[in-house]
Design a protein around this ligand. Structure first.
Ligand SMILES: [Zn+2]
Ligand SMILES: [Zn+2]
Length: 254
């Protein structure tokens, strides 16, 4: 095993202002789970923040993209180059929506594909494997026209990425995960904007009862409300453990 099971939150920004004025860091998160090291949604800065944390790019086995938006993919090409040591290392895999690699909005540079051990496409309900890790595309989200998937990792860590809140989420997402990461970009529900809000996910949490929940991907509205206080209020209201992510936060898993 490479290291203990854990998640490193490189950044916590969501939405244009917090991300692109660098109010908070971005860059997604790194998971070490059962001997596999995965970088999820390498947004702007992931390349630099991983180095700052003393992580060796060459120890990353897999990159996973939930969708193509820049706040989730800006550093994917740099990381493919870094993780494969410029093509010398042949064991990096990429799991992503087809739209990340094919079509006019693709975000992965075609010439870098040959550096990868494999590229596999997420589809709702599909399980992809990388060593001892199973990545499931739990549900396709509705997210401003982008092909977007909520994910689970070994049925332990569930990542509810950006998207509009839909009733179907209650049916599709698993019960009682060990850890649920939710991109609660807003506090209040906003009509016509395909992002999750704290108001909408309260019922979801009460039904699904994750052992621990981390809220992240904060807009200026959430940033201004103090996510730590929001998490505390959510904990009180749901009777569950809810944590707000902080830039660089490390969370140990069992
Ligand atoms: Zn997005
Ligand atoms: Zn996003």
């Amino acid at each position: 095993m490479k290291t203990r099971n854990r998640i490193v939150f490189l950044g916590t920004a969501g939405g244009r202002i917090t991300t692109f004025r660098l109010v908070r860091r971005s860059g997604g998160f790194l998971i070490d789970l059962e001997g596999v090291r995965v970088q999820v949604d390498p947004g702007p800065g992931a390349f630099v923040y991983l180095k700052e944390l003393g992580l060796d790019y060459r120890s990353i086995d897999l990159i996973v993209l939930s969708h193509i938006h820049l706040d989730h993919t800006a550093d994917v090409n740099t990381l493919i180059e870094a993780c494969t040591d410029g093509g010398r290392r042949k064991d990096l895999s990429l799991f992503c929506p087809r739209s990340a690699v094919e079509g006019e909005d693709r975000v992965v540079l075609p010439y870098l594909l040959k550096r990868l051990k494999c590229v596999e496409y997420l589809e709702e309900g599909s399980d992809l494997r990388c060593g001892s890790l199973k990545v499931r595309a739990v549900m396709r989200h509705t997210h401003h026209g982008a092909e977007t998937y909520g994910l689970s990792f070994n049925d332990r860590v569930v990542y509810m990425t950006c998207g509009r809140y839909e009733e179907r989420m209650i049916d599709m997402y698993p019960e009682n995960p060990e850890l649920l990461i939710i991109n609660t970009t807003f506090y209040r529900k906003r009509e016509g904007i395909d992002h999750l809000s704290v108001e909408e996910i309260k019922e979801f949490l009460k039904v699904k009862r994750p052992e621990r929940t981390v809220i992240t991907h904060f807009s200026m509205e959430m940033h201004g409300r103090d996510p730590e206080k929001v998490a505390l209020d959510l904990s009180r209201e749901t009777g569950l453990e809810v944590i707000s992510a902080k830039d660089g936060m490390v969370l140990d898993l069992n």
